[in-house]
Design a protein around this ligand. Structure first.
Ligand code: ZN
Length: 241
């Protein structure tokens, strides 16, 4: 099976559309690792665009924020403001879609979660140490996560995990070890590269390809401006932070 692995779309329809175009005909299904909404200007449209494709999805902390399942006091002011705006925009079908997502999904050799296998919605895997400690909390060879908006492959070694920064266009073959893999963010990359980030997975070949695609950032920013979203959230899309 060929899988388009995406995460952290954050209501950025221009970025999601660019990824879907770029990956067209190269995947059979989509795995979405959460935060389809929050920050960006087109939450309903992004849910609708995803639902046009065969896919599975887990919820992220922003998705849970709009549903009222986690307290917005845990969000920074920009995230909180955007989340309240998003909450007011979401249609009943969008809310119904988000409220039905399971926090963790296991498909064959892969566990899907937003933050970490230990704390699926809120956990952060920012360092090899925490990635290594998380290996005990899933049973499959590979766990796919998002949440940090930074693409990375953590490979479990002897008593530690090694972080392998994925190179765009380079295919990585998985060996018999264990991995935690983050495809990066479609709609708000934070690794200094503003291009939308995603991965293509071949479950038979056991290979991952990291991809970056530029999108119409100005269009997303103009939408955000017209809806009165935070200038800081608008500015960060230019630089990828
Ligand atoms: Zn996110």
């Amino acid at each position: 099976m060929r899988v388009l692995v995406i995460s952290d779309v954050h209501a950025n329809l221009s970025a999601l559309s660019a990824v879907l175009d770029d990956a067209a005909d190269q995947y059979d299904t989509i795995w979405s690792l959460g935060d389809i909404v929050g920050y960006g200007p087109r939450p309903n449209e992004c849910i609708a665009a995803l639902c046009e494709h065969e896919h599975v999805a887990v919820p992220g902390n922003h998705d849970y924020g709009v549903l009222g399942r986690i307290a917005l006091s845990d969000f920074n002011p920009d995230a909180r403001g955007a989340n309240l705006w998003t909450r007011a925009q979401l249609t009943p079908p969008s809310l119904q879609y988000l409220s039905g997502l399971p926090e963790k999904i296991v498909i064959g050799e892969f566990t899907l979660a937003h933050g970490s296998p230990r704390e699926p919605v809120w956990g952060y895997l920012l360092y090899p140490r925490t990635a290594y400690d998380s290996m005990a909390f899933f049973d499959t060879p590979v766990c796919l996560v998002g949440h940090t908006h930074v693409p990375v492959i953590y490979a479990a070694g002897d008593g530690e995990a090694v972080a392998l920064p994925p190179q765009p266009g380079v295919t990585v073959l998985l060996d018999d070890g264990r991995y935690i893999i983050n495809p990066g963010s479609v709609g708000q990359p934070r690794d200094g590269n503003p291009a939308a980030s995603y991965m293509l997975l071949d479950t038979v070949a056991r290979s991952f390809s990291h991809r970056r695609v530029s999108y119409d950032v100005a269009r997303t920013q103009a939408d955000m401006r017209s809806f009165g979203l935070s200038p800081r959230l608008i500015a960060r899309l230019d630089q990828g932070w």
